[in-house]
Design a protein around this ligand. Structure first.
Ligand code: F6P
Length: 322
């Protein structure tokens, strides 16, 4: 069999391990593999090159994606996808593995609807895809956020200052929730749960009243009460609040890490599982790990949906912050 692999959307630590696993898993079956440069944009531009085992050597430990990635609005158009399929078919490529997040797997679903065999591998720091428990890259992103929280806590305690840390995740609060629980945050703001700036500020103040030397808020990128709203509120009520507040926005730093062992293993398992899925004649699906087992879910069922973080865990975080 002849297959191609691409990485798409926001890069995530572990994407390279997934490409390596797809390539070597396929080569081990005697198949041929092509790597596509820069995601769907590279498919449209016909940027494909054959991959040998050595071509994916020394990348398992690298963050980002050596194949390159891009956001590609043209792929949402039928004409764009038809061009992509032409470029695949002229090389007799029979199937495509797409390593990427929510938007990328919507692209996979469209390609499958157009009749081209495709298997999706979930890779996004946001962890907002159905059909898997945790997506490739998320564990590393949580650990980077956690390291920032731990470091900020040092200054927070030394200066009796409050800190608000904003982490990425688009409209999903998973990274903020996990890093907030692991980092012992006093308050966590998520897109999945309402909190007003006044309550957030009050919970930071209450932490000092309980005798804490620091107060830390972890704020998800998509939270309605974001760092902007908090700063605005703080500016207007500075005197009555009675403590200093500093804000750190982690931004793309969160995506830029060396993949953790968990992400490398997950990516290796899912990349190989994508090849096994094709070998069984299945496609039009996303491969994911659910409760430790490899599960395939039709792309149609997951495309365009966003899996929210479990906001019920906020209660646990609050209890631990007493
Ligand atoms: O989807 C991954 C992600 O890092 C989100 O957390 C974030 O909202 C978005 O991508 C940022 O996109 P870009 O890198 O295109 O600015």
């Amino acid at each position: 069999m002849r297959i191609a692999v691409l990485t798409s959307g926001g890069d995530a630590p572990g994407m390279n391990a997934a490409v390596r696993a797809v390539t070597r898993g396929a080569l081990a079956k005697g198949w041929e593999v092509f790597g596509v440069r820069n995601g769907y944009a590279g498919l449209l531009a016909d940027e494909l090159a054959q991959l040998a085992a050595r071509d994916v050597g020394g990348i398992v430990q690298q963050g980002g994606t050596t194949l390159g990635s891009a956001r590609c609005p043209e792929f949402a158009e039928a004409a764009g996808r038809a061009q992509a399929i032409r470029h695949l078919k002229k090389r007799n490529i029979e199937a495509l593995v797409v390593v990427g997040g929510n938007g990328s797997q919507s692209g996979s679903a469209s390609l499958a609807r157009d009749g081209f065999p495709v298997v999706g591998v979930p890779s996004t720091i946001d962890n907002d895809l159905y059909g898997n428990d945790v997506s490739i890259g998320c564990d590393t992103a949580i650990n980077i956020t956690l390291e920032a929280i731990d470091r900020l806590r040092t200054t927070a305690s030394s200066h009796h200052r409050a800190f608000a840390v904003e982490t990425m995740g688009r409209n999903c609060g998973y990274i903020a929730l996990m890093a907030g629980i692991a980092g012992g945050a006093e308050v966590i703001a998520l897109p999945e749960s309402e909190i007003q700036p006044a309550e957030l500020a009050e919970r930071l103040r209450a932490a000092y009243q309980r005798g804490k030397t620091h107060a830390l808020a972890v704020i998800a990128e998509g939270a309605k009460c974001g760092v902007h709203e908090l700063m605005e509120y703080y500016g207007a009520h500075r005197k009555s609040i009675g403590f200093d507040l500093r804000v750190t926005r982690l931004g793309h730093v969160v995506r830029g890490g060396i993949p953790s062992a968990a992400d490398r293993v997950l990516a290796t398992r899912l990349g190989a599982a994508a090849v096994d899925t094709l070998a069984k004649g299945r496609h039009g699906v996303l491969v994911g790990l659910i409760k430790g087992d490899t599960v395939v879910t039709p792309l149609e069922e997951i495309a365009g949906k966003m899996r929210p973080a479990d906001a019920s865990l906020l209660e646990l975080a609050r209890t631990m912050a007493i």
